[in-house]
Design a protein. Sequence first.
Length: 119
Amino acid sequence: MHYQHIPELVEYERKRIERLRHTTDLPAPWEVYPDIPSGSIGWRMGPGEDVYADWRAWLSASTTKQREEYCKRHPEPEAWVGTYEQMFRRFASDPHGMSWDEFWDAEFKKQYEMYGPVA
């Protein structure tokens, strides 16, 4: 079954992308759920899953300068030290080279290409 056949999921994803596109600052995962430890399954399943996925996508869309400023506003707690470095290293190995809006348009499209064409 393709996402295009599930209007509720398409609408959910569209709203998610638009929310992130218009967000100027996003709390770090450890600020949203301070009781979920770094590396916990709670970031891949459960309450932290969407928070972590949104955070990672949002940082990926940001420029290097925006990321530096973000790190100053949201420093890593001791248990999370190295998270930014690891994540930014991945981003550097696969730069998207798109503007902010181009990134979010592509992010929305990517969600559906694996399930079928976007209508």
